[in-house]
Design a binder for this molecule. Structure first.
Ligand code: ADP
Ligand code: G6P
Length: 447
């Protein structure tokens, strides 16, 4: 049976070396399964972005859903990224409710439904991804008799928060068009079940009844491509680059942060916590360096441009206060890297400082734990990954003093403890292996 994957973004990108899978978990998780079974990936893709065809030898067909600029701005820039994204990450003051954005969201979800039902053949399985397409499972159920899976990659908030949405019931009903609904953690499953119950759908165990149908809701944590990251960890070129980064750091210890520049990632709070470390634990001055990598993201949304300004300002202040002729306390890289380059940063860092204010999973934490030589993972307790990475040092990303104290502890951790924790973490990441994710989800859907 072929597979139809539906997501806002296409799974390929153009690099100087040619065509490559898109960065991030989704393409890595789903392309191999799609290649193995054959099938279609249906996507909208960024407004103005050039459509990229899959490599010639690929068994994957790419189907684009054409949108007008207005539709794209309303659906993606508006409802998805000014309403659902901040709401699900508990940034309620950032939610901008506008009826016309919901109308665009509905129209684009319908457009997707038409494209998918046109491509669908009897027996094909449909797998819908993420918060851009909450209404799609329901719209598909009206049109085709397919097994439909839906996966939500960001946190499903508590039902009290979700109820802020005037269209909450319609959105939940849309999701419940699926046969199987997946989340990264049991907490999100629980939140979703409570939300469904609030809107009057009977819930029994992990099942929601919708008329005659029963919808299953399950936790399926996403992992990373462990084989690929093991190769990268052992690659001599990556090793040489990591040593060059250590020389660049020019300090005994190197702390690393890697994120899309998004207000949910806590980059600003993290810089403040690092500043607090330098103020409250002055023996680290001259002995520690912090590299923050921030990937440009969603720059058409004002909140992201504003965040960039504030992060620039904080970085400038830290440098102004602490920079010495023989020591650069902070380097801030606003760019996208290849996986090889990222791996070199992971190999070079003594401490990964990954402190989202809220995050569905956070794959960077997994990538670091799996690639590092002997580092310490300091991780936000509010990231989905904290549910699985028990040997990380967990922090509350809102508590600057607590974060500074934990950083100090991480920087001083004896070698034996570091090795023990990292070994255990690698085992945890191994268990979350990415190919298994899609297979487990689809097996559950088709079983
Ligand atoms: P999110 O999906 O919210 O961006 P994740 O941590 O789950 O957060 O996934 C981010 C993905 O993007 C990871 O696979 C990571 O390797 C990749 N990534 C993050 N920053 C960069 C960067 N500067 N250059 C290239 N890839 C990056
Ligand atoms: C998160 C979302 C994805 C999204 C990614 C990048 O991981 O869960 O659906 O693709 O961020 O964001 P962007 O808006 O650039 O696609």
């Amino acid at each position: 049976m072929s597979l139809i994957v539906v997501a806002n973004r296409a799974p390929f990108r153009l690099t100087p070396e040619g065509l490559a899978p898109a960065v991030g978990g989704l393409a890595t998780a789903l392309l191999p399964v799609l290649e193995a079974r054959g099938g279609v990936w249906v996507a909208a893709g960024e407004w103005g972005e050039k459509p990229i065809a899959p490599p010639r030898e690929s068994r994957v067909r790419l189907l684009r859903v054409p949108l007008t600029e207005r539709e794209w701005q309303g659906y993606y820039g508006g409802f998805a990224n000014r309403v659902l994204w901040p709401l699900c990450h508990y940034f309620l003051e950032r939610v901008e409710l506008r009826r016309e954005h919901f109308q665009d969201y509905l129209r684009v979800n319908r457009r997707f439904a038409e494209a998918v039902s046109g491509a669908w053949r009897e027996g094909d399985v449909v797998f819908v991804q993420d918060y851009h397409l909450l209404l799609l499972p329901g719209l598909l159920r009206e049109r085709i008799r397919a097994p439909i899976g839906f996966f939500f990659h960001i946190p499903w908030p508590s039902s009290g928060v979700f109820r802020i949405l005037p269209w909450g019931r319609a959105l939940v009903e849309g999701v419940l068009g699926a046969d199987l609904v997946g989340f990264h953690t049991p907490e999100y499953v629980e939140n979703f079940l409570r939300t469904a119950a609030y809107y009057g759908f009977p819930v029994e165990g992990n099942r929601v009844r919708v008329g005659e149908r029963s919808v299953r809701v399950e936790a399926h944590p996403l992992g990373i491509d462990t084989r690929r990251f093991r190769e990268l960890a052992e690659d001599p070129g990556v090793g040489a680059h990591a040593r060059a980064l250590r020389r660049l750091a020019g300090a005994d210890r190197l702390i690393l942060g890697v994120d899309r520049l998004d207000y949910t990632k806590g980059v600003l709070e993290r810089l403040l916590a690092y500043e607090r470390l330098l103020q409250s634990y002055p023996h680290w001055r001259g002995r520690v360096a912090f590299f923050q990598i921030a990937t440009p993201s969603r720059t058409s949304v004002a909140a992201y441009r504003e965040l960039k300004r504030r992060v620039d300002e904080a970085a400038g202040r830290i440098l102004g206060n602490f920079l010495r002729e023989d020591w650069v306390p902070l380097r801030y890289f606003y760019q996208t890297y290849s996986q090889e380059e990222l791996a070199a940063f992971y190999r070079a860092a003594d401490v990964a400082f990954i402190t989202p204010l809220r995050d569905g999973m956070n794959l960077v934490a997994l990538e670091y734990a799996y690639t590092a030589g002997e580092g310490v993972l300091v991780l936000s307790s509010l990231a989905g990954a904290a549910e699985y990475l028990k040997e990380a040092l967990l922090v509350n990303p809102y508590d600057l003093d607590g974060m500074a104290a934990t950083l100090d502890r991480a920087l001083r951790m004896p070698l034996g403890e570091r090795q023990e924790r990292l070994e255990a973490l690698k085992g945890r990441v191994e268990a979350l292996e990415v190919q298994g994710w899609a297979e487990r989800f689809l097996a559950s859907l088709e079983g």
